[in-house]
Design a binder for this molecule. Structure first.
Ligand SMILES: Nc1nc(=O)c2c([nH]1)NC[C@@H]1CN(c3ccc(C(=O)N[C@@H](CCC(=O)O)C(=O)O)cc3)CN21
Ligand SMILES: O=c1ccn([C@H]2C[C@H](O)[C@@H](COP(=O)(O)O)O2)c(=O)[nH]1
Length: 338
């Protein structure tokens, strides 16, 4: 997956210094884009270990999206990656699956004259136990792929503007579109904000898996996964450590511009570790730059493959997805900016 390494290099080499709401500063780049041919294997990163507990977290996260749940009461039994954004009862103020599978439909008195809205009996509308109407966007896309494969309306949208304005964490990957070309099913994801070291490796793995699942369900070959990240950033630490990057970004970037082969990224890593102030106690590994330079120095290995049981999106479970022929470099630990 050289595309990921190119993305990391592009953010570090061309980004600007950007403090943000988390208090952990970033080097950020506007509108990064890459494409991966899913026909050539499953794009799980190989330049750090992604099987074991990371695979476990990612796969449970995808099953959680598909469940349509607005809470993490089941997910948190399997992984802690969402715990920091939920309350004691496991409630989240924004959840992807809730919008993918159960997007709210305006009640009758909120519908304006002349607008079109589906009624309760409509194919993708669910009248929930409490009488509220919701719309299953993902099932709509899957069914429409069979009925009208040339449709250019195969959009799943996780953004609700009114919720996003008040939510602690509005969706980062907020809209995706499927598109058929020949016998191939492509997927384009738009992400407003991407944590290059921690979030994006999971996002690539999740959407590549989802595209494989939808392709299998609809009889297409998995095609291209295209990913646009509007603010693609690398967290570079808190306090003095973060500010050091603000003051030395030009120097870092001129060293990166001089890198001719991948081992030289380790020289840049050695330089910054000797120059930058150490991370404060408790802030260890909030600076993702050294770990990403380490990753850039590694050669990507062959892509693994996926073995998927033929199950619908409603039934897909952890056991239905097997990773095959995966080999990777060692794991790299990063801390999450909350
Ligand atoms: N700063 C930040 N980055 C993110 O990627 C992110 C958020 N916040 N907030 C919401 C979700 C939660 N996501 C997360 C959260 C944690 C990890 C993480 O710690 N990953 C570890 C493995 C941890 C585990 O599997 O238990 C890793 O090394 O990949 C990954 C994605 C993605 N999102
Ligand atoms: O799937 C995800 C979810 C979250 N992220 C990252 C992107 C940002 O670093 C934070 C969210 O902070 P905002 O201030 O709301 O942008 O989480 C990700 O990369 N992938």
């Amino acid at each position: 997956m050289h595309q990921y390494l190119d993305l990391v290099d592009s953010v570090l080499s061309g980004g600007t210094y950007k403090p943000n709401r988390t208090g952990v500063d970033t080097i950020a780049s506007f509108s990064e884009h890459y494409e991966v041919n899913l026909g050539k294997g499953y794009p799980l990163l190989t330049t750090k270990e992604m099987d074991g507990y990371r695979w476990n977290s990612m796969l449970h996260e995808v099953c959680w999206y598909l469940s349509g749940e607005e809470h993490i009461r089941d997910l948190r039994e399997k992984t802690k990656i969402w715990d920091a954004w939920a309350d004691e009862e496991g409630r989240l103020d924004t959840a992807y699956g809730r919008f993918w599978r159960r997007y709210p439909v305006p009640e009758d008195d909120a519908q304006l004259d002349g607008e079109s809205w589906p009624d309760d009996a409509h194919r993708w509308v669910t009248v929930e136990d409490d009488g509220r109407r919701t719309f299953d966007q993902l099932q709509y896309v899957i069914d429409t792929l069979s009925d009208s494969p040339n449709s250019r309306r195969l959009v799943v949208n996780a953004w609700h503007p009114a919720n996003a304005a008040v939510s602690t964490l509005p969706p980062c990957h907020y809209s995706f579109v499927f598109n058929v070309q020949g016998d191939r099913l492509n997927c384009h994801l738009t992400q407003r904000s991407g944590d290059t070291a921690l979030g994006i490796p999971f996002n690539i793995a999740a959407y590549a898996l989802l595209t494989n699942v939808v392709a299998q369900q609809t009889g297409y070959e998995p095609g291209t996964f295209a990913h646009t990240v509007v603010d693609a950033h690398v967290y570079c630490g808190r306090g003095d450590r973060g500010e050091w990057y603000g003051e030395h970004l030009d120097e870092l970037q001129s060293r990166l511009a001089d890198v001719d082969d991948r081992e030289e990224y380790l020289d840049v890593k050695g330089w910054l570790e000797s120059e930058a102030p150490p991370e404060a106690e408790g802030d260890e590994r909030l600076d993702h730059v050294p770990g990403l330079l380490e990753q850039l120095s590694r050669e990507p290995l062959d892509r693994p493959t996926l073995d998927l049981a033929a199950t619908s999106i409603d039934d897909l479970s952890y056991e239905d997805v097997q990773l095959r022929e995966y080999d990777s470099h060692e794991g790299i630990a990063f801390s999450v900016a909350e």
